[in-house]
Each structure stands twice: as C-alpha cells, then as structure tokens.
Design a protein around this ligand. Structure first.
Ligand code: SF4
Ligand code: SF4
Length: 122
C-alpha cells in the first residue's frame, strides 16, 4: 500500500509555508531553491503560492486528494519536514487533519497505515 500523503497533498495547499531565509542560501547550508520562494519579512521567506487566499505551494505536483507529491521532497523546507501525517507515528496531527478537512478529505486513522511500506520511519 502506498503512503497516504501520495494520494493527498492537502497540507501543501492550505498553510502559509514560512521559514528563515537562510534555508535558501547554499553558503549557509540551505537547500530550498530561492526562486521558489518570496520574501515575507526581513527574516523569513515563504514558498511561492502559499500566501494566497487559496494557497497551493509552487512545488506541489499533481492533484490534491488523488495523486500528489512534493517536487522538492529531498530538499524541502524544515517546516514541511516537521508536519506529521496523522497516526503515522501513533499520534494525531492537527495540521494534517486541518489540511485534509479543508479539502474535503476525511482525517487519516490508524487503519490507514496498515501495510504501508516505510510507515513510522522519520
Ligand atoms: S495533509 Fe496529511 S496526509 Fe495529506 S499530505 Fe499533508 S501530512 Fe500527508
Ligand atoms: S515544499 Fe513540498 S512539502 Fe513543502 S509545502 Fe511545498 S510541496 Fe508541500
């Protein structure tokens, strides 16, 4: 069974994805492509597309709720890595549930992880 995030993508089209600008500076160890971001304030940038009233991160590929994935997964911002899918690690995730409900998807349950390859690995 495939990872539930791969048929979702809802949180990437719900929250403003803001993080410190240094994550876009290779000289400081940053990995996020600067051209995919825009300035929020003197300290922070946001992923393009996520400041909108109908947010959708520019790096999200595919159709929400059907087949979606992060186009920069290995180098995505720290805030994205911190979002836990509900019940992957045995606990509820308010961010995951909020994103899914906003897109008309039901919150994940522990049963959604039965048989998922790699579930529970950080
Ligand atoms: S809303 Fe939850 S299930 Fe959907 S992509 Fe985000 S973390 Fe994964
Ligand atoms: S960078 Fe990737 S994980 Fe983060 S919001 Fe955009 S598509 Fe989602």
């Amino acid at each position: 069974m495939s990872h539930p995030c791969l048929s979702c993508g809802a949180c990437c089209a719900y929250f403003r994805i803001a993080f410190h600008w240094s994550e876009t500076d290779p000289a400081l160890g940053g990995t996020v492509p600067a051209e995919l971001t825009e300035k929020l304030d003197p300290h922070r940038v946001v992923m393009r597309g996520t400041q909108s009233k109908t947010p959708r991160c520019v790096a999200l590929v595919g159709e929400i709720g059907k087949a979606a994935h992060c186009g920069i997964h290995p180098i995505k911002p720290s805030v994205c890595r911190e979002v836990e899918p509900s019940w992957e690690f045995g606990r509820h995730s308010p961010q995951c549930d909020k994103g899914r409900i906003a897109h008309g998807l039901r919150p994940l349950t522990p049963e959604d992880w039965a048989g998922v390859d790699g579930a529970g690995q950080a």
